[in-house]
Design a protein around this ligand. Structure first.
Ligand SMILES: Cc1ncc(COP(=O)(O)O)c(C=O)c1O
Length: 377
């Protein structure tokens, strides 16, 4: 794969945060490290492996830190993400997504010769195509059959359909049937704790029944994977999942901040570590500040960003290069002032930036390339 040449970073190591050019994506290293530690600590002794989802950060530096804290590898969604991760030294990558099309399967098959690689299937023709690609490349890949446990995205119905596909994988040359992908994305953002727990339990029940049928058919499923930041503790306690794929926990975002804990308080187990640094570029109106971070700097698909640490300031509108902040106090925020935004949705926000500007004690400590930024094929 060709190395992507990155534009210059918006900062240099050692500079104060106030001097970082904007818009820039900042990560608070203390908060990031506490999040990484908190996940590892919360699962200590649990009968599960952690395989964090790298789609959230797309950054080999973070993948390495996750593995250093006990993760068995990472997962991702795209062949190009997997290529980037493997070529940056990550040796165990599951693509927990369906890969369709000859050129992608050809790349997948070649990559399977360089690392332990997994892929997800939900169709018998696709199984045959993956197998043919592997045979042609002389490689072998781990295969998970995806079941739809409530997300209504990819995946066959839990039950006999999954067993039929698992049998086909097990019989196909150069494929290793390793188990089930059972990710319930909708459950992650169910706001109330008990409701989220119930959604996760329903997914685990469907998965358990499918595992029973696989066992009846004589098919071993050593990997049962799913779960995200919202449900991973429920999934770990289910007795069904043995691998977990949380992604957003490293950064968090406004949307995840709306989830409630057992006491009906906003979740606080993981901290906000990701911010967009932006400059006030217009103060022409008393009740409005305009900043230089719009739709090309942060994603609003899950809602607007939150203005961090400025009372009475609400980010209400974004256009391509502008963000509009309404102010209660006409004296707040001056032209040229730099402020931080908490992104509405961390994953797509990260994908808009080439560099993570790593900050500690108000200084730039490091610059990490978001190496798989834009890796969407
Ligand atoms: C298949 C899959 N697994 C895991 C995750 C991680 O979820 P989260 O970022 O909510 O932890 C995602 C996120 O979209 C996903 O699509």
């Amino acid at each position: 794969m060709n190395a992507r040449s990155l534009p210059d970073p918006p900062a240099v190591v050692g500079m104060p945060v106030a001097d970082v050019d904007t818009p820039a994506l900042l990560v608070d290293l203390d908060a990031l490290e506490r999040n990484l530690d908190a996940l590892a600590r919360s699962l200590a002794g649990a009968p599960v492996r952690v395989r964090p989802h790298a789609k959230s950060h797309k950054c080999p530096e973070i993948a390495r830190r996750q593995i250093a804290r006990g993760a068995v590898g990472v997962c991702c969604q795209k062949v190009s993400e997997a290529e980037t991760l493997v070529h940056h030294g990550i040796g165990d990558v599951f693509i927990v997504n369906e890969i369709v099309g000859a050129s992608k399967l050809d790349r997948l098959a070649r990559l399977a010769g360089e690392a332990r690689l997994g892929v997800t299937v939900d169709d018998e023709h696709n199984i045959d195509a993956v197998s043919r690609a592997m045979v042609a490349a002389g490689t072998t890949v781990d295969v998970l059959v995806e079941i739809d446990v409530g997300l209504r995205r990819c995946g066959v119905e839990p039950g006999p359909d999954a067993v039929r596909l698992a049998r086909r994988v097990a019989d196909a040359p150069n494929l290793r049937f390793v188990g089930l992908q059972a990710y319930h994305g909708r459950a992650q953002h169910v706001r109330r704790y008990e409701d989220r727990q119930a959604s996760a339990r329903a997914a685990a029940d469907l998965t358990r029944r499918t595992l029973d049928l696989l066992a009846d058919a004589g098919l071993q499923a050593p990997v049962v994977t799913g779960g995200g930041t919202g449900t991973y503790l429920f999934d770990a306690a289910s007795g069904v999942y043995n691998e977990l794929q949380p992604g957003s926990y490293v950064f968090m975002d406004v949307d995840y901040g709306l989830n409630l804990d057992r006491d009906d308080e906003p979740v606080s187990f993981f901290e906000q570590s990701l911010f967009v640094l932006t400059t006030v570029m217009s103060r022409a109106m008393p009740d409005r500040a305009v900043v230089d971070a719009g739709l090309k700097s942060h994603s609003v698909d899950s809602g607007m960003p939150r203005v961090h640490g400025v009372a009475g300031a609400r980010f209400t509108r974004a256009s391509d290069e502008h963000g509009v902040i309404e102010l209660d106090d006409p004296g707040a925020l001056s032209l040229g002032e730099k402020i931080t935004l908490v992104p509405g949705h961390c994953d797509p926000t990260v994908n808009m930036h080439d560099w993570l500007v790593c900050v500690r004690d108000n200084q730039v400590e490091d610059l990490w390339p978001i190496a798989a930024r834009g890796a969407s094929r």
